[in-house]
Ligand binder design. Structure first.
Ligand SMILES: Cc1cc2nc3c(=O)[nH]c(=O)nc-3n(C[C@H](O)[C@H](O)[C@H](O)COP(=O)(O)OP(=O)(O)OC[C@H]3O[C@@H](n4cnc5c(N)ncnc54)[C@H](O)[C@@H]3O)c2cc1C
Length: 302
């Protein structure tokens, strides 16, 4: 184990929210460490065509690579390590397998982990017809045959959103009954979205998705959107006592978490999942943290 290393700011998560926060803090001359355990959400986005300033589509991994390079240019140190725990004393201590790191301020930007259903071959078609985000990929499936896999509010909402791009939408509940707000269920009926409750066992295709086996039937599909929710990435932070509901950090309007000099940004705070929103929140969290650490309101740790 190395000695406890000291930084002004510790950022947990090296996606667009965390990297943006680190660009701002290191440019403000605050020594900054970013921790990232890999498997970044954005790496799975093969085509991004809605991020400001990129006329031609750009891949998620290209954006990430550029962000990492950019923040390192300003002095940020990136550690490809998982934050195993955070403790609070006269600052924050983050524990990793490579030792402990201490900081005066902290940004949580851990993103969310999508839950995956147990459907054969699903991984082979991610980015090739299987998607986890209608806002991101819906426009790529205009007038195509699509289905949403999900049975709760989130699944129904994704199906309704997808219906804005194509009339051919079904909701696959994978052996469950629809368990959503009645007003949402009514809107499924009004929009002619068929609900199929049979289990979804396999997806198939050649290069791209071509269909799924639903019950005993083969269903032709160009797009399958998974909407069964998220699983927690915040267990390591739970004992801090920050407010976490349904796996999302509940922040105040200024993105503060209720703990001194600690902010949260990006997908982990809930709401729509978009790079632009993550970047915006990373900016806001960093600006407020810089003000805390440099300004009049500098926290007294007692
Ligand atoms: C297939 C796909 C396509 C998408 N397409 C688009 C699109 O076209 N346009 C768009 O705007 N958005 C798109 N998105 C959404 C976009 O990727 C997210 O909104 C964005 O990446 C969120 O950024 P973030 O920084 O909040 O979280 P993330 O990008 O998820 O980054 C969080 C990082 O924190 C790390 N982490 C978590 N816990 C720890 C820990 N304890 N220690 C260390 N590291 C940790 C994770 O491993 C991850 O690398 C897409 C997403 C997917 C999956």
């Amino acid at each position: 184990m190395n000695e406890k290393r000291k930084f002004d700011v510790l950022v947990i998560g090296g996606g667009p929210a965390g990297l943006t926060a680190s660009i701002y803090t290191s440019r403000a001359d605050l020594t900054t460490a970013v921790f990232d355990k890999g498997d970044n959400t954005l790496d799975k986005a093969e085509v991004i065509e809605n991020y400001f300033g990129f006329v031609d589509p750009i891949s998620g991994s290209e954006i990430l690579g550029r962000g990492r390079k950019q923040t390192k240019k300003f002095g940020t140190e990136i550690f490809d390590l998982e934050a195993l725990s955070i403790s609070i004393d006269d600052g924050y201590t983050v524990e990793t397998v490579d030792g402990e790191f201490k900081g005066d301020g902290l940004v949580l930007a851990t993103g969310v982990q999508q839950k995956k259903p147990d459907v054969e071959n699903l991984g082979s078609f991610e980015g090739k017809g299987v998607s986890y985000c209608v806002v991101c990929d819906g426009p790529l499936f205009r007038d195509k045959k699509c289905a949403v896999l999900g049975s709760k509010d989130y699944g129904v909402k994704e199906a309704l959103k997808l219906n804005e791009y194509t009339d051919y939408v079904s909701l696959l509940t994978d052996g469950k009954e629809v368990d959503a707000d009645q007003r949402l269920i009514d809107r499924l009926d009004e929009n002619g979205i068929e609900v199929i409750t049979d289990p979804v066992t396999t997806v198939f295709g050649d290069q791209l998705l071509e269909g799924a086996i639903v019950g005993d039937e083969e269903m032709e599909l160009d797009g399958l959107f998974i909407a069964i929710g998220t699983s927690g990435t915040l267990d390591f932070a739970l004992k801090l006592g920050i407010d976490i509901e349904d796996g999302f950090i509940q922040t105040k309007d200024d993105l503060s978490t209720g703990l001194p000099n600690m902010y949260a940004a990006g997908d982990c705070t809930g709401g729509e999942r978009q790079v632009s929103l993550a970047v915006g929140e990373g900016t806001e969290a960093a600006l407020n943290l810089i003000e805390d650490l440099k300004g009049e309101s500098n926290q007294d740790w007692g």
